[in-house]
Design a protein around this ligand. Structure first.
Ligand code: PRT
Ligand code: ZN
Length: 284
């Protein structure tokens, strides 16, 4: 019995999807022109598809699960469950107008034409804001629409903002923050659900490890209590005596969010020789 997963065949999500599976200890032979592949060491069959088709394949149970952007999941409105955020493929779906335009809020869009590949999400947004505008659905190169007189505004994905900038546009509203997610079929059978649980456990361990750092430092014994009180750790920090009497080595785990703040406090409290090491997997 195998779990069937759909991943993007080529494009922005492909490499990170395969990398995540690899970090989960799953090896996939990845032929460029292949439609299908099997993991050699996990009950997983991989289908390589266009990202836009993945929600439909998962709804139809051609694939049990898929890795795809939230933007695609919410635009396609297929009957699938979003199970886990994957932390890559981050972008935002934003409205943009010509840089020279005076944009004084969403009312600017009243009666205007908006070019987009995301008509469903844009319609929802306009409805929520009580704006009546015309949506022009186009499938690519949305950013050129204002320049050629097709629309006064666009709604497209943005990551660095350089595409908007190069086309003389400015971002004015963000309607969705997106990242890649794991979706699943809503009627997943038991054996597949069990394999999915194993995969999820691995994905969560990889994600936790990425969000945390292992830290080792030397502390004078008379400052140990203060230094330990600054460290959260998984249970409590490990403290080992150093050969140099009066000093100890302290080991702990810090999350990325609080990292710099705590490092500063540790230095002030007298910690020395602070080493920070990436964690490969974190099982808690
Ligand atoms: O062939 P297939 O249909 O599978 O691929 P695709 O061409 O439709 O999609 P692809 O590979 O471009 O993107 C796949 C997914 O990556 C998207 O659905 C998003 O979830 C995610 N993603 C993250 C992005 C971006 N960042 C992104 N910047 N998708 C597209 N872009 C484009 C955007 O449309 C615009 O043209 O990049 C340009 C803007 O980038 P910046 O950096 O200039 O702002
Ligand atoms: Zn696509």
């Amino acid at each position: 019995m195998k779990l069937k997963i759909a991943v993007q065949k080529s494009g922005r999500l492909h490499d990170d999807s395969i990398k995540l599976l690899k970090e989960c200890g799953i090896d996939i032979s990845n032929g460029v022109n292949k439609l299908k592949s099997e993991a050699s060491n996990f009950p997983l069959e991989v289908f390589f598809l266009r990202d836009d088709d993945i929600p439909q394949y998962v709804e139809d149970a051609v694939a049990d699960i898929g890795f795809v952007g939230e933007n695609v999941v919410y635009e396609k409105q297929k009957k699938v469950d979003v199970v886990e955020k994957l932390g890559f493929g981050r972008c935002r779906l934003s409205i943009a107008v010509k840089r020279g335009d005076v944009y004084d809020g969403v009312n600017f869009l009243q009666g205007k034409r908006i070019a987009t590949s995301y008509p469903v999400l844009v319609k929802d947004f306009l409805q929520q804001k009580g704006i009546d505008a015309e949506i022009h659905e186009i499938s690519g190169s949305v950013e050129i629409a204002p320049g050629i007189g097709l629309a006064e505004a666009i709604c497209d994905l943005v990551s660095s903002g350089s595409t908007l900038f190069m086309n003389g546009l400015k971002e004015t509203e963000t309607i969705l923050h997106s990242q890649a997610v794991l979706i699943k079929n809503q009627q997943l059978a038991f054996p597949q659900q069990e394999i999915l649980n194993k995969l999820l456990f691995r994905i969560q361990s990889v994600k936790k490890a990425k969000n945390n750092k292992y830290i080792l430092l030397n502390a004078p014994n008379d400052k140990l209590d203060e230094i330990i009180s600054l460290l959260p750790g998984m249970k409590s920090p490990t403290v080992l005596p150093l050969a140099d009497k009066g000093w100890s080595s302290v080991h702990s785990v810090l999350s990325e969010n609080e990292f710099w703040h705590i490092i500063e406090q540790l230095k002030q409290a007298g910690a020395q020789g602070i080493l920070v090491v990436p964690i490969e997997k974190m099982i808690v």
